[in-house]
Design a protein around this ligand. Structure first.
Ligand SMILES: Cc1cc2nc3c(=O)[nH]c(=O)nc-3n(C[C@H](O)[C@H](O)[C@H](O)COP(=O)(O)OP(=O)(O)OC[C@H]3O[C@@H](n4cnc5c(N)ncnc54)[C@H](O)[C@@H]3O)c2cc1C
Length: 368
C-alpha cells in the first residue's frame, strides 16, 4: 500500500443514523480524529422516528429500563446538539394515555402508587384540550418527564454539519475491504484504531457482527394534517398521535395541525417500503380515535434495530479487537442513545468499562 495516501484516524464510524450521530459527537468532543461513512439506504429508522421519550410503556405499564439515568443524559446531550446545530431538538411534553377498561385503570393507579413510578405519573390527567376532538376512552392517565427528540431533524442537520467539516463520506461500506487483523484496522485509504459499526438494522449484512441476535422489526406511520387540533400533549390512544413542527415537503402547514401517527410493528420483512395494508390499519386506528376530519399527507416505513434481549449492543469483536459495534437501540433509541453513546465513547477511550447488560460479550461467536 502507498503509505503517503493513507489517512490516519482514531475512529472510522459506519452509519450516521442516531447511533453514529451521537457516537461521533461524543468522540469529536474528546478531540478524536474521526470520519463517518454513510449511505442513505431506504428504511433507516432515525429518519422517520417520532423520537418519543417515554418513562412508562406497554400494556404492562412498565417503567422504562434505567430511565432515571437515561433522561438526564438525553436532555443534556440533545440540548448540546441544539447549540451546535442551531435547531430545536428536545421538547418536553406530557403523554396522555387512554385506559380502555376497569382493569387498565386500576393497574394504572396501582403502578402510580409505587415510589419508583411516582415521579412520572401526574396525579390527575387533564384531557380538557382534547375535548370534542377525540373520542373519550374509559379513562385517562397522564405521564410527565416524557419528551420528544426530533430525530429526523437531528440526523439531517448533523449530516450537513459533518459535510461542512469534511468528516462524512457518502458511500456504501464495503466489508471486503476491511483488514482487521493488525494493530490498526485498514479500510481502503484509511488506517484507524478502530472501525465502529452503527448500521442500524442493516447490521444483518455485516459479516463480522451478524452473529449477534438482531431481530429487526418494520414500522410504518402516517404524517397527517388535523385542522383545528392544536394538541399540546402526545396522545397514546390505539396508536401514538404526536405533534410535529413541520413537514419539509409541505412548509405551508401551520404548527398545531401536523401530527405523526403510528406506528405498526411487524417481524416479517417485506421490504423497506410502506404498504397499503398497514396504511389501512393506521387509518382504522385514527378513525376510531379522532372526532375531527383529517388529511393524510405522507406515509413512511422504517426498520428498527431491535434485538432479542432488548438491550443495546456495545463492544468489540471477540476475534478482531479493532472492530467495534454500537447498535441495538431498538424501539427506544431516543432515550437509550445519548447515555450509551457516551458510555461507548468513554469505553473506546479507555476511561470506563461497559455495563455487562449491554456488552456484546454476553453472546459468544458461533465458532469461537
Ligand atoms: C416507525 C418507527 C417509529 C419509531 N419511533 C421511535 C420513538 O418514538 N422513540 C424512540 O426512541 N425510537 C423510535 N424508533 C426507533 C429508533 O428509530 C431507533 O432506535 C434508532 O433510530 C436507531 O438508530 P440507528 O442509528 O441505530 O439506525 P438507523 O437509523 O437505521 O441508521 C443506520 C444508518 O447506517 C447506514 N448504513 C447501514 N449500513 C451501511 C453501510 N454498509 N454503508 C453505509 N451506510 C450504512 C444506514 O443507511 C443508516 O443511515 C422508531 C422506529 C421506527 C421504525
Amino acid at each position: 500500500m502507498n503509505t503517503t495516501n493513507t489517512e490516519e484516524l482514531d475512529y472510522l464510524i459506519v452509519g450516521q443514523g442516531l447511533a453514529g450521530t451521537l457516537l461521533s459527537f461524543f468522540l469529536l468532543n474528546k478531540n478524536q480524529r474521526i470520519k463517518v461513512i454513510d449511505f442513505p439506504h431506504p428504511g433507516a429508522s432515525s429518519k422517520i422516528a417520532a423520537g418519543v421519550v417515554n418513562p412508562v410503556t406497554g400494556r404492562r405499564i412498565a417503567k422504562s429500563w434505567r430511565f432515571e439515568e437515561l433522561l438526564p443524559a438525553a436532555r443534556q446531550t440533545y440540548r448540546e446538539l441544539e447549540l451546535l446545530l442551531g435547531i430545536e431538538i428536545w421538547q418536553e411534553r406530557n403523554i396522555l394515555r387512554a385506559l380502555h377498561n376497569n382493569f387498565e385503570e386500576s393497574e394504572w393507579d396501582r403502578r402510580g402508587a409505587f415510589p419508583e413510578y411516582e415521579p412520572y405519573f401526574e396525579p390527575t390527567a387533564d384531557a380538557s384540550s382534547f375535548q370534542g376532538k377525540i373520542h373519550q376512552p374509559f379513562a385517562w392517565g397522564e405521564l410527565k418527564q416524557s419528551a420528544q427528540a426530533a430525530m429526523p431533524e437531528l440526523v439531517f442537520a448533523y449530516r450537513r454539519w459533518l459535510e461542512k467539516q469534511g468528516l462524512i463520506l457518502e458511500e456504501n461500506f464495503d466489508y471486503q475491504q476491511v483488514k482487521p487483523d493488525r494493530a490498526r484496522v485498514i479500510y481502503g485509504r484509511f488506517s484507524a484504531k478502530k472501525i465502529v459499526f452503527c448500521e442500524g438494522a442493516r447490521a444483518l449484512d455485516n459479516p463480522f457482527f451478524n452473529y449477534l441476535p438482531f431481530v429487526p422489526t418494520k414500522g410504518e406511520l402516517l404524517i397527517v394534517r388535523i385542522p383545528g387540533a392544536g394538541f399540546d400533549k402526545m396522545l397514546k390512544h390505539k396508536t401514538f398521535i404526536v405533534p410535529i413542527k413541520s413537514d419539509p415537503e409541505n412548509p405551508g402547514i401551520p404548527e398545531g395541525e401536523l401530527f405523526w401517527v403510528g406506528s405498526t410493528s411487524r417481524w416479517e420483512y417485506d421490504g423497506p417500503e410502506p404498504t397499503e395494508e398497514r396504511r389501512k390499519w393506521l387509518v382504522k386506528q385514527l378513525d376510531a380515535v379522532l372526532e375531527l376530519p383529517y388529511e393524510i399527507i405522507r406515509q413512511f416505513a422504517g426498520i428498527r434495530p431491535t434485538v432479542q434481549d432488548i438491550r443495546p449492543f456495545l463492544g468489540t469483536h471477540p476475534k478482531y479487537p479493532a472492530l467495534a459495534i454500537f447498535n441495538g437501540l431498538g424501539t427506544k433509541g431516543a432515550s437509550l442513545g445519548p447515555f450509551f453513546a457516551s458510555q461507548m465513547a468513554a469505553f473506546l477511550l479507555g476511561t470506563t468499562k461497559l455495563d455487562d447488560e449491554v456488552n456484546i460479550s454476553r453472546y459468544s461467536i458461533p465458532d469461537a
